[in-house]
Design a protein around this ligand. Structure first.
Ligand SMILES: [Fe+2]
Length: 276
């Protein structure tokens, strides 16, 4: 069946959220980011979370690096209520920004642009940069102040948290799962113990209890190219007061073979093994 590539408005939520939404009554949300055209990783996340979420939001970088930009874009377009533009999405649609990318990323963007039909490029070009409001939280790709900023330190988190207009801000871009909490003027990195590891599905969760009086910067990690030393696909399930940081293995050898078969740089396949 030929996919429908008609551009749609990706920003408007398909099911309007309640204006009376409360922190403790949120419906489960699957939060994904930095898929980077890795179809096997995306499918593994969807299999692992089947039946566990009502809404899906994406924090950008749907394309770039991986071998399946069309498949990943179609799924995100058709299933995510909100998609925030990532820097790789932006450059795929507007290649004049390519000079700021390193050669690996540039080669991936050039290849990606050759794969995407015109309608898909139009859809990507129409993605909205963050911050985007969603159900009493904010969504950004990099940081609240700059979509290209990598928030990787307590100092950066301390600078950004006062700029947040919501209790919870979700961000991506770093490909590092985790986050920061601000409470009584103290900013700390979130930590949690592994609370669930399914021996059959190999899905692992770290649960973090969120408190309405604190402020949070939360990163679901990268679906398709984790850089936190763990090669498994990363995602988050959020239900207002509870954040579940999930990891799930995917068919990495197949993903690597597809990258090589596409003629993309071998480094893009190799780095996936190390989660870097
Ligand atoms: Fe990314």
């Amino acid at each position: 069946m030929t996919p429908d590539l008609t551009p749609e408005n990706p920003v408007t939520p398909r099911s309007a959220h309640s204006p009376h939404w409360e922190f403790s009554r949120a419906e489960p949300v699957l939060v994904i980011s930095d898929i980077h055209a890795n179809w096997e990783a995306l499918v593994a996340v969807l299999d692992a979370t089947e039946g566990q979420w009502r809404h899906c939001i994406c924090l950008g970088d749907v394309v770039g690096y991986g071998a399946n930009p069309v498949e990943c874009s179609l799924w995100v377009r058709d299933h995510c209520e909100i998609i925030v533009r990532g820097n790789h999405d932006r450059v795929a649609a507007h290649p004049e920004g390519l000079q700021d990318f390193n050669w690996l990323a540039r080669r991936a963007v050039e290849w990606t642009r050759e794969q995407l039909p015109p309608g898909m490029l139009e859809w990507i070009a129409a993605l909205t940069p963050g911050p985007v409001d969603y159900q009493n939280c904010e969504l950004v790709h990099g940081s609240i102040r700059d979509e290209d900023e990598y928030v990787l330190s307590l100092e950066q988190a301390a600078d950004c948290l006062p700029l947040a207009s919501s209790t919870v801000t979700f961000f991506g871009h770093t490909h590092v799962q985790g986050g920061y909490q601000s409470d009584a003027n103290e900013v700390v990195a979130l930590e949690g113990e592994i609370s669930e590891h399914d021996a059959r599905t190999l899905v692992q969760y770290v649960d973090i209890q969120l408190r309405p009086e604190a402020r949070y910067l939360l990163n679901p990690g990268s679906v398709g190219q984790p850089r936190d030393g763990d090669w498994r696909a990363a995602f988050a399930l959020w239900t207002g007061e509870r954040l579940r940081l999930g990891r799930v293995p995917y068919n990495l050898p197949l993903t690597q073979r597809k990258i090589l078969a596409a003629g993309l740089p071998a480094q893009l396949a190799q780095r996936l093994s190390a989660g870097q």
